[in-house]
Design a protein. Structure first.
Length: 134
């Protein structure tokens, strides 16, 4: 089954995603800031990343409005990690913000709060197609 990295600093969202992914049989790990996210991707090479956009840059740091975008850019510019699909997750869902996420290199975007779990699962499954989900 596919391994998904949840990059999220909100405990409620982490618990919700963990329950949903467990119900669907996915394996997962969690990172709570930009630094942990980049390190986790390089060590674990997940099949997919759910990337929160607003999170701390490092453990114990203040929330940054661009930490997720910076992590996406770093991962997509690295040949080793560039092929891992990244779904940007954000409560900010205006067209100009969505364009910024796409320009950074994310493969898809999922709005928060998560209200339509079927849509979230469809987005995950669509982005896993063509990746190793063993």
């Amino acid at each position: 089954m596919a391994n998904i990295l949840i990059v999220e600093d909100d405990d409620t969202n982490v618990k919700l995603l963990q329950r949903l992914l467990t119900m669907k049989g996915y394996q997962f790990s969690v990172a709570t800031n930009q630094k942990e996210a980049v390190e986790a991707v390089r060590q674990e090479m997940p099949d997919l990343i759910l990337m929160d956009i607003q999170m701390p840059e490092e453990p114990g740091g203040k929330v940054s409005a661009t930490a997720g975008i910076e992590a996406i850019r770093e991962l997509k510019s690295d040949q080793q990690t560039s092929s891992v699909p990244i779904i940007a997750t954000s409560a900010h869902d205006l067209p100009e913000q969505r364009n910024r996420f796409k320009e950074a290199g994310c493969d898809d975007i999922q709005s928060k709060p998560y209200t339509d779990f079927n849509e979230l699962l469809e987005t995950i499954e669509r982005n896993l197609k063509g990746t190793s989900a063993s």
